[in-house]
Design a binder for this molecule. Structure first.
Ligand SMILES: Cc1cc2nc3c(=O)[nH]c(=O)nc-3n(C[C@H](O)[C@H](O)[C@H](O)COP(=O)(O)O)c2cc1C
Length: 201
């Protein structure tokens, strides 16, 4: 069993980083993230495994109080804008839909580009945790508009998710309904998720 200072616990002994990472919405609007920290976080993400080592992930980012910020922030749904406005940076993760297998004459459609990008997101979130930053992924954004707003070529790339990154702030910055939800959640028992040999419903 492992426990974390944020009151999470696991049945089996896992590294504390997995429990320490969680997705707050209360961010400290005074926090400024440096280029060095952002690049460290992106570098960790880039060490994720991927099919054929194709590394299909791309990260489009904007730091708050820069001219780029509104281009990403304006894509978020209002509910996410409400709390992500205090994040230090926003990221839109996109993945390349094709990969170049070794020895193939050209790129072929990739079965796993979204899976690979998900692995990169996990690396990113864990490295951020190591550095004392918090991440919060968001499906709640205008994906269709993202392609044009961020100049993502839709024929070859898929917009995957948006991510807010910031220092944890006081929950009092949130409206009351979100204050109540501002705590680390739990997980299903791992035994419910694991099947030996074949799928069981
Ligand atoms: C792909 C993805 C999309 C998500 N979209 C949103 C969102 O739009 N708004 C939000 O408040 N949280 C969003 N979340 C956060 C999840 O609700 C959160 O990760 C989940 O409840 C597990 O909690 P934890 O990250 O604190 O462990 C998203 C998470 C992921 C991975």
């Amino acid at each position: 069993m492992s426990t974390s200072s944020n009151n999470r616990s696991s049945s089996y002994a896992i590294d504390p980083i997995f429990l320490d990472r969680w997705s707050p919405r209360a961010f400290d609007e005074k926090a400024v993230i440096s280029d060095q920290e952002l690049m460290t976080i992106f570098e960790a993400a880039s060490w994720a495994p991927s099919s054929f080592n194709s590394q299909p992930w791309r990260f489009i980012y904007a730091r708050r109080n820069t001219p780029e910020w509104s281009r990403l922030f304006d894509l978020l749904v209002p509910m996410n804008q409400g709390w992500a406005a205090r994040a230090s940076a926003l990221i839109v993760l996109v993945s390349a839909k094709t990969a170049q297998p070794p020895g193939a004459p050209g790129p072929v459609p990739s079965y796993s580009h979204s899976l690979d990008a998900g692995a990169a997101w996990a690396h990113l979130a864990l490295q951020a945790t190591k550095l004392g930053w918090y991440t919060h992924a968001m499906a709640g954004f205008n994906v269709e508009d993202a392609y044009e707003a961020l100049s993502v070529p839709a024929d070859t790339f898929r917009v995957e998710t948006a991510i807010a990154i910031g220092r944890q702030g006081d929950r009092s910055v949130l409206p009351p309904p979100l204050q109540e939800r501002e705590q680390p959640n739990g997980r299903r028992p791992v035994e419910d998720l694991v099947m030996e040999g074949r799928f069981q419903s």
